[in-house]
Design a protein around this ligand. Structure first.
Ligand code: UD1
Ligand code: UDP
Length: 367
């Protein structure tokens, strides 16, 4: 038996790694150890519960006003003892969070091989998104295996000098997760509230957007919702108190915008499916929306998901109030443009990424 440790800490990592945990657990040749850093708490626990994944270890590092040093130091210290005690044959990490970076770094210090899931996403700006672009590049430097979601991500890795034989194009495990969460007969009281309207789903949380960019987004959204009486917006708000303070300032007193607590992933994916389109600065939502045929206005200055932009589902609209307002209005007015975005092809795979990753691991580890 080969021991594979899977480590994650935030909501999006959990959503995209739990299906892989389940796939590896279904194969008798692996001993699967799940460790969570607890970079997130409630938002992480909700995903673990839905996928019935029970971690063996939880570092529980989250603090209300945590900064990047708190997260990185807490995880390096906490992972050291766990990794030394468990000595797995491989550790799998996901994407670009500070959990991902810190865990991979500790593995590097201890000589434990790292497999990087969702490898090779890049913008050309190390500071944007911050600090995720640094995190994923750094993890790429020390990983033994790179599981790239698309051919373009593979090209990014090859350009950096990674060896062709260490890179596997698998699709994104987010598409695998949708198989568990979507349901045909889904109902929810909030969807009932919006049923006579075009439903706009909103999320926002990026660190580099905290402050003026986020104020700009919310002002543009409020102006647009006030202009169009046939739309209603639902905003499941991130638990970051800094995000909540800005939303509270900018979005209060608009009864067609409902700010609600974060939705569990089953609810959120089904809300996406029920929506007319989505405004977000999230990464994962840019991967899920094309599979659901939902246009997305990406309220960011860069994206590491150009595949979705090229496919036509995503439009990068920046963080300026006037631009977001104009793009939001255009997508509401121009049905032809809307239909083209809604009918684009999903570039993130067929939902078999976890099977493919497990197959590679069996061979690589000689399991
Ligand atoms: C983190 C990741 C980001 C990812 C995002 C997904 C880093 C540096 N950032 O950013 O890449 O896109 O997660 O959501 O790794 N909080 C709670 N409960 C929770 C989760 C968060 O109360 O379950 C609050 C805490 O006050 C915490 C704050 O949110 O201090 C910020 O969390 P943090 O993980 O530092 O940053 P995110 O913006 O969530
Ligand atoms: N999501 C969720 N509930 C919510 C909002 C988002 O389950 O209320 C899911 C969403 O479907 C996606 C992931 O969380 O899978 C995205 O997380 P987030 O935007 O926090 O992080 P990012 O992807 O930007 O790193």
């Amino acid at each position: 038996m080969k021991k594979v440790m899977i480590v994650f800490g935030t909501r999006p990592e959990a959503i995209k790694m739990c299906p892989l945990v389940l796939e590896l657990q279904s194969r008798k040749c692996f001993e699967v150890v799940v460790c969570v850093t607890g970079q997130h708490k409630e938002m992480l626990d909700s995903v673990l519960e839905i996928f019935h994944v029970v971690p063996k270890f939880n570092l529980n590092i989250m603090k209300e006003q945590q900064d990047l040093s708190d997260i990185t130091c807490g995880i390096l210290q906490g992972m050291k003892d766990i990794l030394k005690a468990e000595m797995p044959d491989m550790v799998l990490v996901h994407g670009d969070t500070s959990t991902t970076f810190s865990v991979a770094l500790e593995c590097f210090y201890l000589g434990i091989p790292v497999g990087h899931v969702e490898a090779g996403l890049r913008t050309d700006n190390i500071k944007n998104p911050f600090p995720e672009e640094w995190n994923r590049r750094a993890v790429g430097l020390l990983s033994s295996l790179h599981f790239a979601p698309t051919k373009q991500a593979k090209q990014n890795l090859l350009k950096e000098g990674k060896r062709d034989e260490d890179i596997y194009v698998t699709g994104n495990t987010a598409i695998d997760a949708l198989k568990t969460t979507l349901s045909e007969n889904y109902k929810h009281p909030m969807l009932k509230w919006a049923e006579d309207s075009r439903l706009i789903l909103i999320t926002a949380h990026r660190r580099e957007n905290l402050g003026q960019p986020m104020r700009n987004m919310f002002r543009a959204i409020k102006r647009t919702v006030e202009k169009y009486p046939d739309i209603k917006a639902i905003y499941p708000i991130h638990m970051n108190p800094k995000v909540r303070a800005i939303a509270n300032d900018e979005l209060a007193e608009c009864d067609r915008i409902q700010i609600i607590e974060p939705l569990n992933v089953i609810d959120f994916h089904n809300f996406m499916k029920a929506s007319y389109f989505i405004l977000t600065d999230s990464g994962g939502i840019q991967e899920e929306a094309p599979a659901l045929g939902k246009p997305v206005l990406v309220m960011r200055d860069t994206t590491e998901r150009p595949e979705g932009v090229n496919a036509g589902t995503l439009k990068l609209v920046g963080t300026k109030e006037e631009t977001i307002y104009n793009e939001f209005c255009t997508l509401l007015d121009d049905y032809e443009a809307y239909t083209m975005m809604a009918n684009a092809q999903n570039p993130y795979g067929d939902g078999t990424a976890c099977i493919q990753i497990a197959d590679v691991l069996m061979e690589w580890l000689g399991a």
